[in-house]
Design a protein around this ligand. Structure first.
Ligand code: FAD
Length: 571
């Protein structure tokens, strides 16, 4: 193996990596190697079980990255999960297939990424997708499912749809009535994947309806194509760093890897090295390869190949909390449904206009706080621009400011939720020149008070929903946190212990190798090429310049589909 040369080496056989490897190897004269630290999980029931969310957590296919102690959020560290397997995080995630509000992707272009907008990404959402039409499955009749075919693909590799275990007991319709009865009603949204997410919906999942198993990136993009002789995958192989051609220019010529037998070797790439190791690994691989902030690299004895100080900055995630209520009725075993609502600022905040004005005044100081936390590597004036765009998205474009899930099981209604667009930004950097050492991950959860206010207000919103008929009559007492822990009329302060003590990472880290113009802190350009290199790209969640209101995977798949066309020279 050690003396082979490939045209392209894709580092990370996860959600994005397998898309790119598949599309590049469609060209018969092009050789592609995928390097994946994990193994195959084709027959792993913790992966395949569509009702098994969480079963893989803490097992050997979970990287379980740990953050630093979070000083603005109760002082404890958090575990940020990510899949270590062929298929990456798509093998352990919650299957949710929800995209973004169109305006959020348009903001990618507005900040300077020409060619990246909802209009140019929608064809790639569709290209990857194989929506299994629920009309073909009578068992789903009455479940309340709907979609608009104009926004979906039906022939792509990735199966998306609703499971046969979907409840059709009338709850969907009762929830709809409940949302209509709110003081500020939330309307039914027939298809939240249409670029307009606001409203109440039933969303599709990445699953194979016929087999009733999870659909992950490996099942969609690798296994059906594994006989291609020009597509190789090395499992249980750890990428350590990029190797460079001699000379001034930063031109990658391979990747140093540690093979499954423990031997370290270099595998050569004649055209490009493509990083797809995830938002909590790709920036660290850049740093290990000498691409980053010289002050950080020199601490660990790594020579700077490309001076690009914003590698690993701008780390954004969301914070997840959950409320629970008793259900008067017991829900059938082996059935599961999830209902989502996406309130806009006007629907979530009783005083939206005043709150928006107040937040606008605070943005300069928010930006200064983020900049000073990272030693002004990201400039306050640039962060302010990002924040002003985010403010416009919230208060002018009316994007969702929270995601509220409702899942009935047994005698419980569980309602997980999160503010969709926190402002806090942290960082990730290496802690050693040892490629297996844990990185220093600091998302700075709850650093900025708007993030906390949104998280509190979403909890109040959920309480209102559960106090509104007909759901109000179907639900019993609130068991988490419960009115004795957080009283009905609790002010923000009274919510703090619960929210900051019980939150978890929402597992949606992004922006650690941001696609942005270089002068405002970008790590990759609009062709996803790392600034200062001639042939290194990043194609995973790291490049997303702003958070999206859906979950990440659909956007990760679409970005990778588009990346493949860029690499093939089609765009
Ligand atoms: P990944 O899919 O993580 O791929 C990275 C790959 O690189 C992995 O296979 C990894 O093993 C490999 N790798 C890393 N380092 C190395 C190295 N040094 N050498 C070799 N290989 C390496 N999104 C949704 O849309 N819906 C959901 O329901 C949802 N739920 C989620 C639940 C959880 C628990 C988690 C963790 C995430 C969830 N997400 C969800 C988010 C979404 O799944 C991820 O954002 C997305 O899959 C990330 O894709 P990626 O290509 O960036 O990285």
């Amino acid at each position: 193996k050690s003396d082979s040369t490939y045209d392209y080496i894709v580092v990370g056989g996860g959600t994005s990596g397998l898309v790119v490897a598949n599309r590049l190897s469609e060209q018969k004269n092009t050789t592609v190697l995928v390097i994946e630290a994990g193994g195959s999980v084709y027959n792993n029931p913790n992966v395949t079980d569509t009702l098994g969310y969480g079963k893989a957590f803490g097992t050997d296919i979970d990287w379980a990255y740990e953050t630093t102690d979070q000083e603005y959020a109760g002082g404890s560290s958090q575990i940020v999960r990510a899949g270590k397997a062929l298929g990456g995080t798509s093998t352990i995630n919650g299957l949710v297939y929800l995209r973004a509000q169109a305006a959020q992707i348009d903001a990618w272009e507005a900040i300077g990424n020409k060619g990246w907008s909802w209009k140019t990404l929608l064809p790639y959402f569709k290209k990857g997708e194989q929506l299994q039409d629920p009309a073909k499955y009578p068992v789903l009749d009455g479940s309340g499912i709907s979609f608009d075919p104009a926004y979906h693909g039906f022939t792509g590799p990735l199966k998306v749809g609703w499971p046969s275990t979907q409840l059709n007991d009338g709850l969907a319709q009762k929830l709809n009535a409940t949302y209509q009865n709110l003081d500020v009603p939330v309307q039914f949204n027939r298809d939240p994947n249409s670029g307009d997410m606001v409203g109440y919906s039933l969303y599709p999942k990445t699953l194979d309806y016929e087999l009733n198993i999870r659909e992950d990136a490996a099942r969609a993009y690798y296994y059906p194509y594994q006989n291609r002789t020009n597509l190789h995958v090395w499992l249980n192989t750890h990428a350590n760093k990029i190797t460079w051609k001699d000379g001034h220019e930063a031109t990658a010529d391979g990747v140093e890897v540690t093979l499954s037998n423990g031997k370290t070797t270099v595998v050569k790439a004649s055209r490009e090295v493509i990083l797809a190791a995830g938002a909590l690994k790709s920036p660290v691989l850049l740093e290990l390869s000498g691409v980053g902030n010289p002050d950080i690299l020199s601490k660990y004895g790594i020579a700077t190949k490309v001076n690009l100080p914003t590698v690993g900055e701008n780390l954004q995630d969301q914070m997840n909390n959950g409320l629970q209520f008793e259900s008067k009725k017991s829900h059938a075993d082996g059935k599961s449904s999830d209902y989502v609502s996406y309130p806009s600022a006007v629907q979530l905040f009783p005083n939206s206009t005043a709150l928006g004005a107040d937040l606008l005044r605070k943005l300069p100081s928010y930006a200064a706080q983020v900049a000073s936390a990272n030693g002004n590597v990201t400039k306050a004036s640039d962060i302010y621009r990002f924040f002003k765009i985010q403010w416009d998205l919230i208060f002018k474009d009316g994007i969702p400011v929270a995601e509220i899930l409702l899942s009935p099981y047994g005698n419980v209604y569980s309602s997980e939720y999160w503010g969709s667009v926190p402002f806090s930004r942290g960082s990730i950097h290496l802690s050693s020149a040892d490629p297996t050492a844990a990185a220093i991950i600091d998302p700075k959860y709850f650093m900025l008070d708007f993030d906390f206010e949104a998280q509190v207000q979403a909890a109040r919103f959920i309480r209102e929903v559960f106090n509104t008929e007909p759901l109000g009559d179907m639900a019993g007492a609130e068991t988490t946190p419960g009115l004795s822990t957080v009283p009905a009329d609790a002010d923000d302060e009274a919510w703090a212990d619960f929210i900051k003590g019980k939150y978890r990472s929402n597992f949606h880290p992004i922006t650690t190798a941001a696609m942005l113009p270089k002068e405002i802190g970008g790590v990759v350009d609009t062709s996803l090429k790392v600034y200062g290199t001639s042939n290194v790209r990043v194609v995973d969640a790291s490049i997303m310049p702003f958070q999206v209101c859906g979950h990440l995977q659909s956007t990760v798949y679409a970005v990778a589909e588009r990346a493949a066309d860029i690499i093939k020279g089609r765009l």
